[in-house]
Design a protein around this ligand. Structure first.
Ligand code: HXC
Length: 260
């Protein structure tokens, strides 16, 4: 159903695509804990909805997300962050099985950059600004920045940006392989929804096997990763959609995937 959230908006702009829009404009979409809870709820609902095949996550043209909420964090203590396991639930996003595209306009800083990197694909608006400025606040990235940014852009570049807190541009993000594409800011969400619709048009068992296999490359060594890929690949030969996809090619027609 159309649940009303306080800090996010949800919609289905085209069939099979869930669009989640961060909506805390006065705080540049700073990621307070209630927002993260709502985001998890919306993503889990989309993941569980059989009519949805892919998810787009975006913010505003000014800001994707300016980081964790500094005003919420400033008085926390070691005891309080340990007791509430602060930031732990941000990781729930990594358990979503359907592909997530982060459509990043404006600021993606700190936890905002880390949130974008928890998605599977990043498309950037031409004026997007990425960065991990936590060092300026006396802390370090705490939602995956030291790990995911390093894997995405390389160790020495990651050290530079994490240690200086300097921002980098959409074009730099694209040149280094973090953003897959750069679009005009006003086109970004439409183009992201289009790509999500294309992904959602394929057999979802194959899509989810592809996502899981690519993610496995960050978890294990090459031999174990190849083994994981082969098991998932072989398994797809038990699906209707493999028979249908290959038959349709041979018969020069469009496939009719059933997600089975
Ligand atoms: C709380 C924030 C915020 C944040 C912006 N705001 N970022 N509030 N947490 N992360 C609020 C401001 O306080 C201000 O509120 C309003 O949003 C508008 O911001 P301005 O600073 O006035 O806008 P501007 O001058 O355009 O500057 C934009 C900015 C700057 C460069 C993005 O806001 C900024 O540097 N923000 C903090 C970025 C950051 O350090 N992020 C990392 C956070 S630490 P008022 O009430 O004054 O209007 C982090 C840790 C992650 O993310 C680890 C675990 C997740």
């Amino acid at each position: 159903g159309d649940k009303k959230y306080e800090h996010i908006l949800t919609s289905t702009p085209v069939p099979k695509v869930a669009l989640v829009t961060l909506n805390r404009p006065k705080a540049l979409n700073a990621l307070c804990t209630p927002l993260i809870k709502e985001l998890n709820e919306a993503l889990q609902a989309a993941d569980a909805d059989p009519t949805i095949g892919a998810i787009v996550l975006t913010g505003s043209e000014k800001s994707f997300a300016a980081g964790a909420d500094i005003k919420e964090m400033k008085d926390k203590t070691v005891t309080s962050v340990l007791n509430e396991n602060f930031i732990e639930e941000w990781g729930n996003m990594a358990n979503i099985k359907k592909p997530i595209i982060a459509a990043v306009n404006g600021f993606a800083l700190g936890g905002g950059c880390e949130l974008a990197m928890m998605a599977d694909i990043i498309y950037a608006g031409a004026k997007a600004k990425f960065g991990q400025p936590e060092i300026k606040l006396g802390v370090i990235p705490g939602a995956g920045g030291t790990q995911r940014l390093t894997r995405a852009i390389g160790l020495y570049r990651a050290n530079h940006y994490i240690l200086t807190g300097e921002m980098f541009t959409a074009q730099q993000a694209a040149d280094w392989g973090l953003a897959a594409k750069v679009y005009e800011p006003a086109q970004l969400v439409d183009e992201s929804v289009k790509a999500a619709a294309q992904i959602a048009s394929y057999g979802q068992l194959a899509v989810q096997a592809a996502k899981a296999s690519v993610h496995q490359s960050a978890e294990v060594g090459l031999r174990a990763g190849l083994e994981f890929e082969r098991v998932r690949f072989h398994g797809l030969f038990g699906t209707h959609d493999q028979k249908e996809g290959m038959a349709a090619f041979a018969e020069k027609r469009e496939p009719n995937f059933k997600n089975e």
